[in-house]
Design a binder for this molecule. Structure first.
Ligand SMILES: NC(=O)C1=CN([C@@H]2O[C@H](COP(=O)(O)OP(=O)(O)OC[C@H]3O[C@@H](n4cnc5c(N)ncnc54)[C@H](O)[C@@H]3O)[C@@H](O)[C@H]2O)C=CC1
Ligand SMILES: O=C(CO)COP(=O)(O)O
Length: 335
């Protein structure tokens, strides 16, 4: 079997390593020539996964045609804001009748589309029955070190999710299938915004009580919006919901939590992002969450404050006071 991964950042590279267990050859596309060169010559991606060996079955390339030719499974692992542009270039070379799995966690700014909706928007209909999404608690650095990781793979077509599940099954990587494409993607995208809030609370030194409250009430607002969009609420208690939310809000490896911590310490967003090579998807997703709140009328109080702090210059301390002094509510009121 031959597999392809489009995007040679930390997660794309880590997943190429997983795919390499079951594939004779994995082609990994990257736009950075130095990364491609290092993967092919040193079997390492020093820019994104320093010190972690990459299987010799993984061959990196700057050519989308070479990456996709003869592939039986395509993984799309670019940051969500780059997905439309990269897929437009890749479309001519995409193989027919093979699963196309997005692992990007984001909601496109402006269109407010999830990644599978974006793919449906920019790919011809013949590709739509092969679309899937992989999401769940999976730090690339742990995955790449073959530390046990369990995720969800969702597709409207169960057979497609099962094909992906089989291709990616290893002794250290396990997945559960689902048909709740909406729930899996809202959970994966919005947990990054909540993780920024959790990081802020830590940066402000607010303690464990505050962090637990952010995780719990964060899950409530993610679930509210996802259900409005058609999700099964149980999905949000699963790996791609609560699982990934807990990981990202508490894990030292999270880039989104890191952004939040720095904001909590009073640094400005452009300065924080200038010091980071890797993507923190929650920054852009906070904008989409803000627009979704306005458009749907579903209350997203934590996401709303993250948007104001990150994009409107509000102070994190004032945001905490505003959250704490919201109108009193019943926990079961659904708002
Ligand atoms: N790193 C992780 O632990 C996990 C990441 N993800 C998701 O995977 C997606 C990719 O993230 P990472 O691999 O972590 O990214 P990264 O931050 O490690 O690397 C970003 C990659 O995207 C490329 N890139 C940036 N802008 C681009 C553009 N305009 N066109 C083409 N390529 C571009 C960079 O060259 C680099 O290869 C994100 O949506 C992220 O949320 C999902 C699960 C875990
Ligand atoms: O999505 C992730 C783990 O599942 C990675 O989270 P960060 O992007 O915050 O590092």
């Amino acid at each position: 079997m031959r597999g392809s991964v489009i995007g040679s950042g930390s997660f794309g590279t880590a997943l190429a390593n997983v795919l390499a267990v079951n594939c004779e050859e994995v082609r990994l596309w990257g736009r950075e020539p130095a990364v491609v060169e290092a993967i092919n010559t040193q079997h390492e991606n020093p820019a994104y996964l320093k010190g972690i060996p990459i299987s010799e079955r993984v061959r990196a390339t700057n050519s989308l045609q070479e990456a996709l030719e003869g592939s039986e499974l395509v993984v799309l692992a670019t940051p969500s804001h780059a997905t439309r542009e990269v897929v437009a270039k890749a479309q001519a070379f995409l193989p027919r009748h093979v699963p196309i799995v997005t692992v990007s966690k984001g909601i496109e700014n402006g269109t407010l589309l999830t990644m599978t909706e974006l793919l449906e928007d920019c790919l011809p209909e013949e590709f739509h029955p092969y679309l899937a999404v992989l999401s769940g608690p999976s730090f690339a650095k742990e995955l790449a070190r073959r530390m046990p990781t369990v995720v969800t793979i969702a597709s409207h077509w169960d057979k497609v999710a099962v094909r992906c599940q089989k291709a990616l099954q290893t002794e250290t990587f396990r997945s559960y299938t689902s048909t709740d494409v909406v729930g899996v993607q809202y959970g994966g995208a919005l947990k990054n915004v909540i993780a920024i809030a959790a990081g802020m609370a830590d940066g402000l030194g607010m303690g464990h009580n505050a962090r637990a409250a952010i995780i719990t009430r964060g899950l409530a607002e993610i679930t509210r919006l996802a259900v409005r969009k058609g999700a099964n609420p149980l999905t949000l208690s699963g790996l791609s919901g609560m699982g990934d939310l807990v990981l990202t809000c508490t894990g030292e490896l999270s880039r989104n939590r890191h952004v939040g911590m720095e904001l909590g310490k009073g640094r400005k967003l452009p300065d924080i992002l200038a010091d980071m090579k890797e993507v923190a998807e929650g920054v852009k997703t906070a904008r989409s969450a803000h627009e979704l709140e306005q458009k749907t009328g579903v209350e997203l109080p934590i996401c709303h404050q993250v948007y104001l702090i990150a994009h409107e210059g509000k102070s994190a301390r004032t945001a905490v006071v505003d959250l704490m002094t919201r109108q009193p509510k019943s926990e079961l009121s659904g708002a």
